[in-house]
Ligand binder design. Structure first.
Ligand SMILES: [Fe+2]
Length: 441
């Protein structure tokens, strides 16, 4: 994982030091590789009940949802599992769904919740009573825990490179801030995406939220998010939400909120009402870290999608600031950017660190054009493909690093220690302000 010198690489590091305000901004640039082509997935003949596109996600305390697809509409939605290879001592029955989209009919999509499971434990499992055995590791119940983070994945050569690099790091859970398959109405691409990510997504929980590429809305013909909701069911019911487009979960003493940039978020919306109810349940003694994900970034100094998150930010930032959110992760912009702690457009020691990480590797390529001068709140920005790793070391400290896909090697290009707002006094300071907002009608 250590950076290796690249003699051919043109690397400039621009440091602008404003002595009076002691503000240091860093911008790294290097000669970037071109977009890579969409991967070709050769058709292979399998039995119709063979489990395909296996992926897992957290489903409430100590439970895991196993999702897979079969061509056979009569295949059972059962998962056998246990802690020894091939010895499946437990079995759970799940549910299934399917959908039609224009001329496409999906396979049978199975969702089976298993548990209760032990933390930090390897489980072996089999889907539908046949096919290969899989294994996953449950996340730890305590610190430390590591999240892999990459949004806007798609299914190109760069996506494969990003996934390979994530596979190299020891992580417990994948956080994906929207834009998964880039199927864009071509439903078969949801299937190939499911196959592409299966090696990773069947082994560690993937917790996702939606991006614009999940919409697939056709006026008067198709509501949005049909495929996304059918295939990537998240624990929304388990977290008291009425929509798969926003939910929350707790893992290893971290409360994670997944918001929807593409569903209503005004103060009278279901999402906003649910968010207030969810925040009311958060106990920072139990979960000292509060992390939020959504697709469209609020702090973005790239020309791409600049200002698109302003409305959602105007509605939700006061609430999330009062709630002392530590870190907000977004995608959408195909580049990487990390801010200082910020609120209401300026640095604020009790604000959130915003990270845009929509650089997973999709076919649309990178967003190269930045606004200049670099805003005061923007600490690091670079248009390269890559992924992030967020290691929550303990209740007070987390280590964030961003790994650029440089010539197919993950190069750690940005890193920072983040101190929790619970430990810095901000949570206590804003406690009354938060309750006032949460209890307001
Ligand atoms: Fe997007």
């Amino acid at each position: 994982m250590d950076p290796k010198p690249k003699p051919m690489m043109f690397l400039t590091v621009l440091c602008l030091i404003t002595i009076s305000s002691i503000v240091v901004t860093v911008e790294a640039e290097y000669v970037r590789p071109l977009p890579r082509k969409t991967l070709h997935f050769p058709w292979s003949r399998k039995a119709s009940s063979y489990p395909q596109q296996v992926h897992i996600s957290l489903a409430g305390d100590n439970h895991m949802r196993i999702t897979w697809t079969t061509d056979d509409k009569f295949a059972p939605s059962v998962v056998e599992y246990g802690t020894s290879p091939g010895r499946y001592l437990s079995v759970n029955q799940g549910e299934s769904t399917s959908y039609d989209y224009l001329f496409y009919s999906s396979g049978k999509i199975h969702h089976t919740v298993i548990g209760p499971l032990e933390p930090n434990t390897v489980y072996f499992y089999r889907c539908g009573g046949q096919g290969p055995g899989f294994q996953f590791k449950t996340p730890p119940a305590q610190f430390p825990i590591t999240f892999a983070v990459a949004g806007d994945l798609g299914q190109t050569g760069w996506t494969k490179s990003t996934l390979d690099h994530i596979d190299l790091c020891k992580y417990d859970l994948h956080l994906l801030p929207g834009d998964l398959s880039y199927a864009d109405y071509v439903q078969g691409k949801w299937d190939t995406f499911g196959e592409l990510v299966q090696p990773l997504a069947s082994a560690r929980p993937w917790m996702v939220t939606q991006g614009n590429h999940e919409k697939e809305y056709i006026p008067l013909i198709k509501d949005g998010f049909q495929s996304y909701n059918a295939r990537w069911k998240m624990p929304y019911e388990e977290s008291g939400s009425s929509s798969n487009l926003y939910y929350s979960f707790e893992v290893a003493r971290i409360h994670v909120i997944m918001l929807g940039s593409y569903t209503d978020y005004d103060k009278y919306s279901d999402q906003y009402t649910w968010l207030k109810a969810d925040l009311l349940k958060v106990d920072r003694k139990k979960t000292p870290w509060l992390v939020v994900l959504f697709h469209v970034p609020w702090y973005n100094s790239n020309r791409a999608h600049h200002g698109e998150g302003d409305h959602m930010m105007a509605t939700m930032e006061p609430l999330l600031h009062a709630a002392s959110v530590d870190i907000m992760l977004a995608g959408h912009v195909h580049a990487y950017e990390r801010t200082k702690r910020v609120n209401n457009g300026i640095s604020d020691p009790c604000g959130a660190v915003h990270i845009t990480i929509g650089d997973g590797g999709n076919r649309e390529g990178l967003a190269h054009n930045y606004l200049n001068p670099q805003p005061e709140w923007s600490e690091f920005r670079e248009a390269s493909f890559g992924h992030g790793e967020l290691r929550m070391v303990n209740s007070t400290h987390a280590f964030w690093s961003w790994h650029r896909n440089d010539d197919d090697e993950p190069v750690r290009s940005d890193q920072v220690w983040i101190t929790s707002l619970a430990s810095s006094g901000c949570v206590a300071e804003k406690r009354h302000e938060l309750r006032k907002i949460l209890l307001a009608p």
